[in-house]
Ligand binder design. Structure first.
Ligand code: AHR
Length: 493
C-alpha cells in the first residue's frame, strides 16, 4: 500500500541552529519545585551535595540542562534577593503569596542557586523583580552577582563566593500583564525600558536582557513591546500553556479518554500558529531577527493531583505529555530562526515536570525521556522538511497525525524525530533525503499500551525509550512504520 505519510528532509539546504537553550528548564519557588524536589538541605538523610539532592542532580545531568530559569515565575516579581543571601539561619521567613500561602524560608538564595547551576553544568537565567522591586534593587543584584570589585563584590566574598558569577540571561520581570504587575502593554514597555537601562554587565561580559512577553495569542502585546522597547532588549519572552479546558475545571493528568487526548494535542499544535504570528509581529520592527523569542513557559497545565495542595501545581505525567513534548520540540525546529530559547514549566514536581519526587523517592517522567531522546538536537542545524500526513480526528479535534522535525547534530549525524499522534492506528512514513549520505538507520521509540500510561515510584519504567526496529533505509529512501501514540527518534548513519 502507498505510504500514509510522505516526508522530504532537505539536508542539502540546511536551516538555522537548533539552539541548545530550547531545552532550558524552569525552577520556581512553587510547591516542591525547589524545596524537597531539588533542595533538601545539607543535613538531610537524602544524599546531597551542599543541600541539593544527588539523585535529582544526576538525573538532570543526563539531559544536559543548558540553563535554569529562577526564581520564578510569579514568585520572581515579589522576590527580594537580599533576603536570600548571608547566613541561612538569619534569613527572613516570608509567605509565598502566589503559591499556597506557605512559608518561604529563603534557604535557597543566590549562592545556593548558582551552586545548583554549577552542579548541573548549566547556565543561570535569573528573573528580576519588576513587580514590587525597584530598578536600584535589580541593578544591585546584577552587580552583586557579576562584579569583580566594589562593595557588593566584597559582600559576595564575605558570603562565601569571591569570584563573580556569569549571568548570561536576565529576565526583566515576568508576566507584567498579570502577576508581574497587571500592566498594560504601553506602560510595561516603558517600565521595561527603564529597568533595562540599569542592567549593566561588567566589561568583557554580557547579560542578555529578556523582556516579559505575551500571554498565548496576545500579538498586540508583542507588537507594542517590540515597537516601544525592542531596541532596549535582546529577547522577548512568550508563554503558552496547553490547558485544553476552562481554567476553573482543568483536566485530570491521568484519568482521561481519547477526547481529552485529542483536545490536548490539538491545543498544543496551536503553538505553531502562535509562533508564526508573534514572529511576524516582531519582523515588523526587527526584520533581521536580532531580538529573539524565548518561549520561557510552556507545557501542560492540568488539575492538581488528588490529595495535593492545589497551590503546588503537582501533576502526573503520561504518554500524552510525552507527545506534547515532541510536538512542541518539533514546532520549535520550524521557528528556530527566531526561537532561540524555550523553558518547559517546570523542572521538578511542578506542572509538566521532568522528575517527580516524594521524600527520598524519585521517578523520571515520560517528558524526561523525550528530552533525553532529543538531546542530540542541541546546537545542531535544523533541516527543513516538507510533510504530507493523514489526518487524525476525534470529535471536533482534527490534526495531522504525524509531527516531525529533522536536525543534523553537531556530530554530523542526521536525526529525524517523528510522533504519531493517532492513538489507534500505526502509520507508514516514506521519506526522501536529499543531501543525506547515510547507509543505515537506528532509532529509539517511546510508547505504551495505554494513553494514560505513566511512571510511578512503584513502577518507574512503564514509559521509557526502547530500541526501534521499524525503520529501513534503502536506495536513499527511508521507510518507517510508526506505532500508534509513539515518539520515535531516528539516527541516520
Ligand atoms: O509556571 C507557573 C506560573 O505560570 C508561573 O509562575 C507564571 O509565570 C505563569 O503564570
Amino acid at each position: 500500500p502507498a505510504p500514509a505519510t510522505t516526508l522530504t528532509v532537505h539536508a542539502d539546504t540546511p536551516g538555522p541552529t537548533y539552539d541548545r537553550h530550547i531545552f532550558t528548564q524552569f525552577a520556581e519557588h512553587l510547591g516542591n519545585g525547589v524545596y524537597g524536589g531539588l533542595w533538601v538541605g545539607p543535613n538531610s538523610k537524602i544524599p546531597n551535595v551542599r543541600g541539593f539532592r544527588t539523585d535529582v542532580v544526576t538525573a538532570l545531568r543526563g539531559i544536559a540542562v543548558p540553563a535554569v530559569r529562577w526564581p520564578g515565575g510569579c514568585f520572581a516579581d515579589e522576590y527580594h534577593w537580599r533576603e536570600g543571601v548571608g547566613p541561612r539561619g538569619k534569613r527572613p521567613v516570608k509567605i509565598n503569596t502566589n503559591w499556597g500561602g506557605v512559608t518561604e524560608p529563603n534557604a535557597v538564595g543566590t549562592h545556593e542557586f548558582m551552586d545548583l547551576v554549577e552542579q548541573l553544568g548549566a547556565q543561570a537565567y535569573i528573573s528580576g523583580n519588576v513587580g514590587n522591586g525597584t530598578p536600584q534593587e535589580m541593578a544591585e543584584w546584577v552587580e552583586y552577582m557579576t562584579s569583580p570589585a566594589g562593595t557588593l563584590a566584597d559582600e559576595r566574598t564575605k558570603n562565601g563566593h569571591k569570584a563573580p558569577w556569569a549571568v548570561p540571561f536576565f529576565g526583566i520581570g515576568n508576566e507584567l500583564w498579570g502577576c508581574g504587575g497587571n500592566m498594560r502593554a504601553p506602560y510595561a514597555a516603558d517600565v521595561t525600558r527603564r529597568y533595562a537601562t540599569f542592567i549593566k554587565a561588567p566589561a568583557g561580559t554580557k547579560v542578555t536582557k529578556i523582556a516579559s512577553g505575551a500571554n498565548s495569542a496576545d500579538y498586540a502585546w508583542t507588537e507594542t513591546m517590540m515597537r516601544e522597547a525592542g531596541d532596549q532588549v535582546d529577547a522577548l519572552s512568550m508563554h503558552y500553556y496547553t490547558v485544553a479546558a476552562p481554567w476553573e475545571h482543568k483536566l485530570s493528568s491521568t484519568v482521561f479518554g481519547e477526547e481529552e487526548w485529542a483536545h490536548v494535542l490539538a491545543e498544543t499544535l496551536r503553538m505553531d500558529e502562535m509562533l508564526t504570528k508573534h514572529s511576524a509581529a516582531m519582523d515588523k520592527y526587527d526584520p533581521q531577527k536580532k531580538v529573539w523569542l524565548a518561549v520561557d513557559e510552556w507545557g501542560t497545565w492540568y488539575a492538581p493531583d488528588p490529595g495535593t495542595n492545589p497551590g503546588f501545581l503537582r501533576q502526573q505525567n503520561t504518554l500524552r505529555d510525552a507527545m506534547v513534548t515532541a510536538v512542541n520540540l518539533n514546532i520549535f525546529a520550524k521557528h528556530a530562526d527566531r526561537v532561540k530559547m524555550t523553558a518547559i514549566a517546570q523542572m521538578v514536581n511542578v506542572l509538566q515536570a521532568m522528575i517527580l519526587t516524594d521524600g527520598a523517592k524519585m521517578v523520571l517522567t515520560p517528558t524526561y525521556h523525550v528530552f533525553a531522546m532529543y538531546k542530540p538536537y542541541m546546537d545542531g542545524t535544523v533541516l527543513p522538511i516538507d510533510i504530507a500526513s493523514p489526518w487524525y480526528n476525534k470529535n471536533q479535534w482534527t490534526m495531522p497525525a504525524v509531527s516531525a522535525s529533522a536536525v543534523r547534530g553537531k556530530d554530523g549525524i542526521v536525526r529525524i524525530a517523528l510522533a504519531n499522534l493517532d492513538p489507534n492506528k500505526a502509520t507508514s512514513v516514506s521519506a526522501t533525503l536529499p543531501g543525506v549520505t547515510a547507509q543505515g538507520v537506528t532509532g529509539q521509540v517511546l510508547t505504551a499500551s495505554t494513553m494514560t500510561a505513566h511512571n510511578s515510584f512503584e513502577t518507574p519504567n512503564v514509559v521509557a525509550p526502547t530500541a526501534f526496529d521499524g525503520a529501513r533505509l534503502s536506495g536513499g529512501t527511508l521507510a518507517v512504520t510508526l506505532p500508534p501514540m509513539s515518539v520515535v527518534m531516528l539516527e541516520l548513519k
